[in-house]
Structure formats: C-alpha cells, structure tokens
Design a protein around this ligand. Structure first.
Ligand SMILES: [Zn+2]
Ligand SMILES: [Zn+2]
Length: 378
C-alpha cells in the first residue's frame, strides 16, 4: 500500500462543538502499527467527556471513538501477532511493556501509552490522520474508531475468536474490561460479598455482571432509569434502588448496615460521596466514573478511622493485555452477555444524538455500525 486512504470519520473540530462527519486522509500503518477496517464501535461517556472539554482542551481536531472492533487490512513492519483478514477488538492503552508501570504489572497505567494518549498521537509521536488540505487530525486514545478505518498501535489490536460477532466484540475493549476489572482488580469481590453499583449504563451493567460471576451475595443496582434497573436485574442484580437522596439509606438497609463494596460508575461528586457512605466499616468504595477536571469531592474524613477505603479505578485496574482474552472468551461463550446492552444502533452521523442520550441518562449503549456485514449484527 502506498498513498493515503480516503475515509469518513466523526471529527471534533473544537471542544464543546458538534461532531461532524467528514472525509479525511488516513496514512498507511508505519512500523508496529495496524490498519483496521472498523465494523462497529460503542459510544462511551469518555468520548462525550472529551468532546465537552472535561478532559483538557488540547487535543482537537480529533477523531473520537475508543471502543470497537474490525478486520485487519494491513500491518506495518514488525507486526507479527495479527495478519490481514484477522478480526480484532481494540484496547485503548497499548502498553509498551518497558516503562516502570508496565514492569510492575500495572499496564493500564503505562506511562508511554498515557503520554501518547494525552497528546492524541500514535507511538512515534505523530498522527496518521489529515484533513484533505493537509491539516493534522488527532487520534482519541490511540484508537479513533468513529471512522471507516483506523491505524492503531499493534498492542491496541487484540485478536477476537471467530465465534464472537464483531458487533459484540466492539463493546469488550472499554465497557466490559472496565466493568469486570473494577470487580476483580479494584474491589476484589469475594464469594458472598455485598456489592452496590451506582450507575447501570454500558459499564455499570458489566460491573453487575462481574459481581455476579465473582459470586457476590447481594448485588444492589442503583440508577434513576427504571429500564437500566431492569437491565441490571437481568444481569444479576438481586435488588434495585432508585437513585436519589434515599439511595444510601436503602442500600444500607438492604445490606444490613452497609455494603462490602460500592462501585460508582457515574463520576459525580454526589454519587461518589454516596458510594463512600453506602459501605460498611472496613468496606471499599471504588470510583470508576470520570468527573470533569477541577471537580472536588468532600468526604467525611472521620470515616477513615473505621477502616473505610476510597479508591480509583482506570481501565479495570489490571493488565488488560493479559486479561482481555479471557474476558473475550467469556463473552463469546455467553457467560458475559453484551447483546442486550445495546440500546440504539446508529451510523457515524448518529453519534451526536447518542451524546445527548448519554447526557440525559437514556439507554445503556449506542453502537455505531460502520460495516454491517463484518459486524454480523445486531
Ligand atoms: Zn470508554
Ligand atoms: Zn508502559
């Protein structure tokens, strides 16, 4: 392959502005990179956070999308783990394996990938995306899959078994890995534990499912949307509680004085405070939700004398590369269900409306289908 490809992509030209579907030029993959024809992509709250300027204002213009799957079309020099024709899902922290965090096993916090992602560039510090007039366009989280095709670092392309439809594989790389990792690596839920889950959207419902797989006793789902509470129930929640001022009281009552774990998947000061208030003495509250830059959360400090823990969780707090194959396997075998999490199926031009649904808290996950044949559904 020689010259750049012409692709259509959803571009954010300025923070706070709308996404526009535009024709862009995509350069071929360089050494250590992979060109993927995107089949489907999930719309995540992090895409909206970036678009609203909540994650900093330095990365525009940029192609959004960080959860998706597709088919490899070409590989750059030195790529050996995938070949053209292989089906892959995306991992948005392509860990380098060599930095201090990677060597310590915390590949979700890879310093190299983190620095590239913060700048919207690929591994050599440049981008493969251009406007037709030559202006540079950035890649969101090394993936940029709200596009017909994308070039990603090799470590961002994870092989997917044939039996898993790509439209389902598309949801694994962010929401499923994050949800399962929060249970397994951050909260470390044990058989019989009680778990409260605040926010039951695309990620939250996978936290519920992960807690059920981990053998949690009581799983209390908290949300303001009755449809999401029903979805949580069908994924293993034993109890549901309406979000709001009484949620802490209700959860504490259902868990006989406080949950062993509360996992917050909203990213608001009120719900983070509530998560901390819902846990028993010695319990652990995990914050998965992302709050905008500059937001503080006041916590009753005296609670720390009762051995309570409040901790963060980024991308499942684990080694995604090592864990993703087993997670993909559980989805492929049906032990983890993603098929009913998709609430809206859209095209590239529907992402802006999907953002509005996220703002309103409507629907669990919008799925952008770019190639329905390759996606295999829904
Ligand atoms: Zn995400
Ligand atoms: Zn690293």
């Amino acid at each position: 392959m020689s010259g750049p490809l012409r692709i259509r992509a959803a571009v954010l030209r300025r923070m706070g502005g709308p996404l526009t579907v535009e024709g862009l030029l995509l350069e071929p993959p360089r050494a250590g990179e992979v060109l993927v024809r995107v089949a489907a992509a999930g719309v995540c709250h992090s895409d909206l956070h970036l678009a609203e300027g909540h994650l900093g204002t330095e990365r525009q213009p940029i192609v959004l999308g960080h959860e998706g799957a597709g088919v490899v079309e070409a590989t750059g020099e030195g790529v050996t783990h995938v070949r053209p024709g292989d089906r892959v899902g995306f991992c948005f922290v392509p860990a380098c394996g060599a930095c201090g965090q990677c060597r310590a096993g915390r590949t979700n916090l890879c310093e190299t990938a983190g620095s590239h992602n913060a700048r919207g560039v690929l591994g050599d510090g440049t981008t493969r995306l251009r406007f037709p007039d030559g202006g540079e366009v950035k890649h969101f989280l090394s993936v940029a899959c709200f596009a017909e095709r994308c070039v990603v670092p090799a470590a961002a392309a994870i092989p997917v078994p044939d039996r898993l439809p790509l439209w389902q594989a598309a949801l694994v790389g962010c929401s499923v890995v994050t949800g399962i990792g929060a249970v397994r690596n951050a909260a470390r839920v044990r058989v019989g534990d009680s778990v409260a889950v605040i926010g039951c959207g695309g990620v939250g419902v996978q936290v519920v499912a992960g807690a059920a797989l981990a053998g949690a006793g009581r799983i209390v789902a908290v949300d303001r949307d009755p449809a999401k509470l029903e979805l949580a129930r069908s994924h293993g929640a034993t109890d549901v509680v309406q979000a709001g001022d009484r949620a802490v009281h209700d959860v504490r009552k259902l868990t006989a004085g406080g949950a062993d774990h509360a996992i917050e998947v909203v990213g608001r000061p009120e719900t983070i405070r509530q998560a901390f208030a819902m846990i028993r003495e010695g319990g652990i509250a995990v914050v998965v939700g992302i709050a905008p830059r500059g937001v503080d959360v006041p916590i009753p400090a005296l609670d720390f004398i009762s051995d309570k823990t409040l901790r963060g969780c980024f991308y499942g707090s684990g080694n995604v590369l090592a864990e993703m194959p087993s997670v993909v396997g559980m989805v492929a075998s049906g032990r983890l269900r993603v098929s009913d999490v998709v609430s809206d199926v859209i095209g590239l031009d529907g992402v802006e409306e999907a953002f509005q649904r996220l703002r309103d808290g409507r629907g669990a996950r919008s799925l952008v289908v770019l190639d329905s044949e390759a996606a295999g559904g829904p």
